[in-house]
Design a protein around this ligand. Structure first.
Ligand code: PGA
Length: 258
């Protein structure tokens, strides 16, 4: 299974010039990769100019969100249909920062469905706000997954990337990220939920990645002991030397996913 590193630039950088420079540097980093794909998700405004660049086999553009209707009266939104015209191969759906801004489970499910029909790979983000000792987060994750995948068939499951991002670990530092052991436990839980819904074969094939303060210092360990297929990286994807170290850790990891 091909591994993947997704750079979620969020609302950065400030200028198109800086965005171009980040793309150039990340393309260089990705040129030698054999087992890992890199996807850069810039702010939507930069997608059109960045789509004019040449991309290699291992690097492509993604979007941070994509609306499910192709066109319509949805002020401020951009549809996945529109994004697809600009070489966008992946779209992030249900990021916690969008959910906090009002994104509903219903819209998450519809956005995944629309992306799949267009041949754009959805990156579904799920994750609990906090880890309580009673374990409420377990049923929370199950509910979130079921709600998001309501329109998805067994066959389509392998075309989705599931990004497990515990909200409490986002935007911090490697020290405050989730421990590899906890990541592994949660990956097993997600696969169990997928097995119950889609059967073991389909669940085994699904790609689960981790996001939340992945940095150059914790990437290798999270890959090996977390048993994930890659990462969704926020702040560190804006620093090419550090992002390079994360990509190399993924490329070099021998771990099989859980
Ligand atoms: P972070 O963000 O790497 O800055 O924690 C990850 C994300 O929100 O996707």
């Amino acid at each position: 299974m091909e591994k993947i590193v997704i750079g979620n630039w969020k609302m950065n950088p400030l200028s198109e010039k800086e965005a171009r420079s980040l793309v150039t540097k990340t393309k260089k980093i990705s040129a030698q990769l054999k087992k890992t794909a890199v996807v850069l998700c810039p702010p939507a405004l930069y997608i059109s100019p960045l789509a004019k660049e040449r991309y290699g086999k291992r690097i492509s553009l993604g979007a941070q969100d994509g609306y499910f209707m192709p066109t319509g009266a949805v002020t401020g939104s951009i549809s996945t249909d529109m994004l697809k015209q600009y070489k966008v191969s992946h779209v992030i759906v249900g990021h916690s920062e969008r959910r906090a801004a009002g994104e509903t489970d219903d819209h998450v499910a519809k956005k995944i469905d629309a992306a799949l029909k267009l041949g754009v790979t959805p990156i579904l983000c799920i994750g609990e706000r906090e880890r309580d000792i009673e374990g409420t987060y377990l049923s929370f994750l199950k509910k979130q997954l079921h709600a998001a995948l309501v329109h998805v068939s067994k066959k389509q499951l392998e075309d989705i990337i599931i990004a497990y991002e515990p909200v409490w670990a986002i935007g911090k530092s490697a020290r405050q990220a989730m421990s590899p052991h906890q990541v592994h436990e949660t990956v097993l839980l997600i696969r169990k939920i997928l097995t119950e819904k889609f059967g073991g074969e389909a669940a085994k094939k699904s790609k689960i990645i981790y996001g939340g303060s992945v940095e150059e210092s914790n990437a290798a360990e999270l890959m090996e002991a977390g048993h994930v297929s890659g990462f969704l990286v926020g702040h560190t994807s804006l620093v090419p030397e550090k992002f390079k170290a994360i990509i190399s850790a993924v490329e070099d990891s021998e771990a099989r996913h859980a």
